[in-house]
Write a protein that binds this ligand. Structure first.
Ligand SMILES: [Fe+2]
Ligand SMILES: [Fe+2]
Length: 262
């Protein structure tokens, strides 16, 4: 089973210009995922799908993702609007609660999408309502679990990105620790750079962004800095016991070739 993950596409309105052409990048990502062979079962989109959660941006997002020939399961990011996200993707099994989370199964694998956003802020929150919901999802999952959320549940070492905070992180990490044998992988976005770590013993990865990236600067006093690194998405290969992750770049101008080695 293959799960594709795209993240942080920050879709703009039709006449808007960003640091990169975000909408063209998402169009390239959609075309590339459609061309994957073997095809992913579905696509998890880990938030910040629009740049400011404006209705015009959701129109463009819906138009671009309508081109995906594979089911997409979107998550909220701090740049998105909860009402418009739910309205734009009515087929997603949204939980009937004050957070835009969902859970779905594929074979014996349970995929949980946890809304980590705190409306009106850039930071994350894991409150009692979400804790009860996630605990119930984990309890009822018979097989392995993939947990997806926008905000990484760890500090990255890039202080200006870490500074927005994660309220309730200790409670989330306790729940992860209690279920560390069940959770195969935690998938995140938000950081606009690919990162891998372990959280309470669970491998946790951040997908590269569909737009500009955070510049890699680990100095404690580093200021905000971004870079036009190659954009793309990830493919997670699940065999029931482990997850192998590959990164596919788009719009590099490069194509594969036979090097002629014997
Ligand atoms: Fe983002
Ligand atoms: Fe974000």
């Amino acid at each position: 089973m293959i799960i594709a993950q795209l993240s942080d596409t920050h879709v703009l309105e039709r006449d808007e210009q960003g640091f990169v052409d975000n909408n063209a990048s998402l169009a390239s990502i959609v075309a590339s995922i459609n061309a994957e062979d073997p095809r992913p079962e579905f696509v998890v989109a880990t938030g910040d799908l629009t740049n400011w959660g404006f209705p015009g941006q959701y129109e463009v997002l819906a138009e671009l993702l309508a081109g995906l020939e594979i089911r997409v399961l979107p998550l909220m990011g701090n740049h998105d609007d909860r009402t418009l996200t739910k309205r734009t993707f009515p087929d997603v099994p949204w939980v009937d609660a004050d957070h835009a989370s969902w859970v779905t199964t594929n074979g014996d694998v349970t995929v949980i999408g946890l809304d980590s956003t705190d409306p009106g802020t850039h930071g994350a929150v894991f409150d009692e309502e979400r804790s009860a919901w996630l605990e119930a999802c984990l309890r009822s999952a018979a097989g392995p679990v993939i947990l997806a959320l926008h905000h990484p549940p760890f500090t990255t070492g890039v202080d200006w990105m870490d500074s927005s905070g994660f309220e309730g992180l200790a409670a989330l990490r306790r729940l992860i620790a209690d279920n560390s044998t069940k959770i195969l992988r935690i998938l995140c976005g938000h950081f606009h750079r690919p990162v891998v770590t372990t959280v309470e013993g669970v491998t946790t990865s951040v997908c590269l962004a569909g737009t500009y990236h955070v510049a890699l600067d680990l100095r404690p006093d580093a200021g905000r800095s971004i870079i036009r690194d190659p954009r793309g998405y990830q493919l997670h290969l699940l065999d029931g016991r482990s997850v192998v992750t590959h990164t596919r770049y788009v719009d590099t101008g490069e194509t594969a070739f036979d090097p002629g080695w014997t």
